[in-house]
Design a protein around this ligand. Sequence first.
Ligand code: G16
Ligand code: MG
Length: 218
Amino acid sequence: MKKGFIFDLDGVIVDTAKYHYLAWKKLANELGFEFTKEQNELFKGVSRKRCLDILLNDIGKIAYSQDQFDTWMIEKNLDYLEFIENMDESEILPDVPKVLTFLKENKFPIALGSASKNAQPILEKVGLLPYFDTIVDGNNVTKAKPDPEVFLLAAKQLGVNADHCIVFEDAVAGVEAANAAEMVSIGIGDDEVLSHAKFNFKDFTEISTDFIKELIVS
Ligand code: G16
Ligand code: MG
């Protein structure tokens, strides 16, 4: 049976973490506390709601009403949308198009599996939307990574069995989600952090088409 390929967005295709960081930092500063780049690491692959939970309860340790929580969620996203407004293809991470083109030329189904609710406009901005047969993101799932829901739905929409899917992920929660879905997990980033991935690469410059050919036949 044919293999399917699922890509995470932030940290795999583009580095939107820096824009999420700026928007969360702006909110934290307005609320009177600091938010560091190290703390931003905890937010990678994590849903917007969960990020705000962590920001208010664990980092800021402030009291708030449900109305305030909802307002801050909206405010953070509006700031984030401003930060990503001018994104273009120069922000695609190295050699991502090489891998996408190889898969497309060989007619392998490709899905996005992201926690973000802004995934589709980002793919449009960087010009990669045409590569994707389906997009599953924060708008389509109820359970966040490490739950496998996002990847299982992507496999279903591609018409590929879960155990024939290969997932590229930069977040611990994402690797766990791929493993829970019984997919082949490929960690992109620090192999010590992503030690549960089946294969590890620093970025796509380390991934050869020969490696992908091996995945396809294995
Ligand atoms: C991305 C980021 C997370 C972000 C989440 C939700 O996930 O890694 O930091 O909190 O999306 O994003 P939004 O606020 O745009 O809905 P992924 O799965 O693409 O790495
Ligand atoms: Mg990610």
